[in-house]
Design a protein around this ligand. Structure first.
Ligand SMILES: [Ca+2]
Ligand SMILES: [Ca+2]
Length: 240
């Protein structure tokens, strides 16, 4: 009796997961995924050394799906101008142009918070949502700026594997794949209060040049703790 129940149970699970797999792939072999980026940082904001409170924010950014190798930036190498504009000013257009001229991969910009009608950063509680389409074996890379700094950005350099070993599309929380990088293009000021940072600078691309290389921020910096600041979830969508 017990064994029969177990067998029936396994069969139902297999049938359901099979159905989910089939429903998520269209005739061209494309799977659609919903991607959600939530700013879960403290609504009370962060405190500067002079006690000024400022909100953690993520800027508009870009995404790309790819199956081979893709290098938008490399730890230890100078940033491309597209990355500089993304990291300093929250402008993803240069990175998109790079992709269009070199790769022709699926890509896009996210810039309008959920519920808003105009492009803006997401503040505590804010959400960006977008959909991506990918074929089996593809990965997803996302780049967004730390909105209150000179040239920090968050990205998942190795990509999120959108399919498991059996080719099934995956859903999940991928926040831990993201790291904080300094683009090496503008000299650093204190987060949240520096006058050359995007919310306070006179115009785009203002600030002292750093002439450095892209590098991961030190682990001792609170803003490397991505799980306390934002959440990136990917969910398999129904067939298109
Ligand atoms: Ca810097
Ligand atoms: Ca600047």
């Amino acid at each position: 009796m017990q064994r029969t129940k177990l067998f029936v149970g396994l069969f139902v699970i297999a049938a359901l997961s099979g159905a989910q797999f089939n429903n998520s792939v269209n005739a061209n072999g494309d799977t659609k995924f919903n991607v959600r980026i939530e700013n879960i940082s403290s609504p009370e904001g962060q405190a500067a050394s002079d006690s000024t409170k400022w909100p953690f924010a993520l800027s508009p950014g870009m995404w790309v799906v790819y199956d081979k190798n893709l290098t938008l930036f490399k730890d230890g190498k100078p940033a491309a101008s597209g990355l500089e504009a993304q990291a300093e000013d929250g402008n993803p257009e240069g990175l998109i142009k790079m992709l269009e001229s070199e790769h022709h991969l699926g890509h896009g910009i996210f810039n309008t918070p959920l519920g808003a009608s105009n492009p803006a950063p997401i503040l505590p509680g804010g959400v960006y949502e977008f959909t991506v389409t990918a074929k089996r074996g593809m990965k997803l890379m996302i780049v967004t700026m730390f909105g209150q700094f000179n040239d920090w950005f968050y990205a998942n350099e190795k990509g999120i594997e959108l399919f498991d070993k059996n080719g099934r599309p995956v859903s999940g929380d991928f926040t831990s794949k993201f790291a904080l990088y300094d683009a090496g293009t503008e000299k650093n000021q204190e987060p949240g209060v520096g006058t050359d940072q995007a919310p306070r600078q006179k115009s785009a691309n203002t600030g002292e040049s750093e002439n450095g290389v892209v590098h991961k921020a030190k682990d001792s910096i609170f803003y490397t703790k991505t799980g306390q600041l934002f959440r990136v979830t990917v969910t398999v969508a129904d067939v298109m």
